[in-house]
Design a protein around this ligand. Structure first.
Ligand SMILES: [Zn+2]
Ligand SMILES: [Zn+2]
Length: 413
């Protein structure tokens, strides 16, 4: 349908170019697209019709015999049906779509632009992707575009098949860990690398459970995802509790079938199944960008450390004063040297304070820059942390227990 109210006044060069394109055997869609970036508010078919009437009529090739697209635009409804079939079984509301064309066709298109002398051509692939997106929106009610998507479709025009990529579903929240035997993530057995052996009783795991598994299980059931990935804002040692408001995390649910899930119901299921070992709060739906935000954050952290050592608490108080606001040099600790590069990092102790003390045992509360190895700062790690508390006090110290009290990613007043 020609919308007569939309003005279309192509420059003379465009009309000349159109005249020399008449004999090329193009369909109306491809003909109009030679001038796709000329004038607003018209479809390429409408451009073709306006130009044709200026030229006194043009016999456009029927789609299938078009020398450029061979009817690709006519088959958009076929592609939409393929996409609907390929996505069956998955809940989706947002999508992006693209297409793969034979390189020869794209080359032929540029050749035609040069031959007829048009500077307004729009690429067949870009136009096809746009029209396919509109048709999918009309057929399914889903939203296309370049923003976050649930599914990505690739129409392969060369082989006539649709590729579907199911993007993950994300949940974010904060977890508290109250159990000193629980690792943050699934920990494959070192002996069998997860295949299952005698040492791990066939589980493939060093620890039977993890924060990741306890948090993911109800979410996987609700979304029917194939698997999950856990992204924590850093991690605590297995034997450290994670207290306070908890540690921010994003749970990535891989290839989910359902996306309308109830975070509150999942949080309730976690609470029930984790039975006080792990608690989750602020659970909400998230986006892929939140994974990057959580992984790149480096907030200060507060700890409570119970230390054993034969030292007078008054001396401890004095020593802690020296560390407040001070930078320490930490060489990669012995206990992680097998998986981290050996180098020296400078970290700052923000606050350090004696909470209580007795003969042989005292409690320190401290706040440090992200990435500080607290155990090593207390014990010294054979001089690899410098200065360290044991060194300053001149007695051997041992960390009895360590708790993360707060992750200061957001300050609460
Ligand atoms: Zn065509
Ligand atoms: Zn094993």
């Amino acid at each position: 349908m020609i919308e007569a109210s939309v003005p279309f006044a192509p420059p003379e060069e465009a009309v000349t170019a159109a005249r020399s394109a008449v004999a090329l055997g193009l369909c109306a869609d491809c003909f109009g697209r030679l001038f796709g970036r000329l004038g607003h508010g018209l479809t390429n078919l409408e451009r073709a019709e306006r130009l044709a009437s200026m030229l006194g009529g043009v016999d456009f090739a029927p789609g299938p015999s078009c020398r450029l697209c061979a009817g690709a635009f006519d088959r958009i409804p076929v592609w939409v049906e393929r996409i609907v079939r390929a996505s069956a079984g998955y809940e989706w509301h947002r999508f992006t779509c693209g297409s793969r064309w034979e390189p020869e066709i794209l080359a032929r298109e540029e050749e035609i632009w040069r031959t007829v002398g048009t500077g307004w051509g729009e690429s067949a692939r870009a136009a096809f992707n746009r029209e396919l997106g509109k048709a999918i929106e009309a057929r399914t009610g889903a939203i296309g575009g370049s923003g976050p998507a649930d599914l990505v479709f690739l129409a392969d025009l060369e082989v006539g098949r649709v590729g579907v990529t199911v993007l993950p579903l994300y949940l974010q929240g904060r977890y508290r860990k109250l159990d000193r035997t629980l690792p943050q993530t699934r920990w494959p057995c070192r002996a069998c690398h997860g295949r299952g052996c005698d040492r791990c009783q066939g589980t493939g795991k060093t620890y039977s459970e993890s924060v990741e598994e306890l948090v993911a299980a109800p979410a996987i059931r609700a979304s029917e995802a194939e698997e999950s990935r856990f992204h924590g804002m850093g991690r605590e040692d297995i034997d450290a509790r994670m207290l306070g408001r908890g540690r921010p995390f994003v749970l990535e649910l891989v290839r989910p079938r359902h996306r309308t899930i109830d975070p509150a119901a999942i949080a309730a299921a976690i609470a029930q199944e984790a039975a006080g070992r792990v608690e989750v709060s602020d659970l909400t739906l998230a986006e892929g960008a939140d994974v990057i935000r959580v992984k790149e954050a480096s907030p200060e952290k507060s700890y409570r450390v119970i230390v054993v050592g034969a030292v007078d608490v008054a001396k401890v108080k004095e020593a802690l004063k020296l560390f407040r606001g001070r930078a320490i040099a930490q060489r990669t600790p012995t206990r992680v040297a097998h998986r981290r590069a050996d180098r020296v990092r400078t970290r700052r102790i923000v606050e350090a304070e004696l909470v209580e003390g007795d003969t042989g045992r005292f409690t320190v509360q401290l706040r440090t820059e992200a990435g500080t190895y607290v155990k090593e700062w207390v014990e010294g790690d054979g001089g690899r942390t410098d200065p360290n508390l044991a060194g300053v006090l001149g007695v051997p110290l041992k960390v009895e227990s360590l708790d993360v009290l707060e992750i200061h990613d957001v300050e609460v007043t």
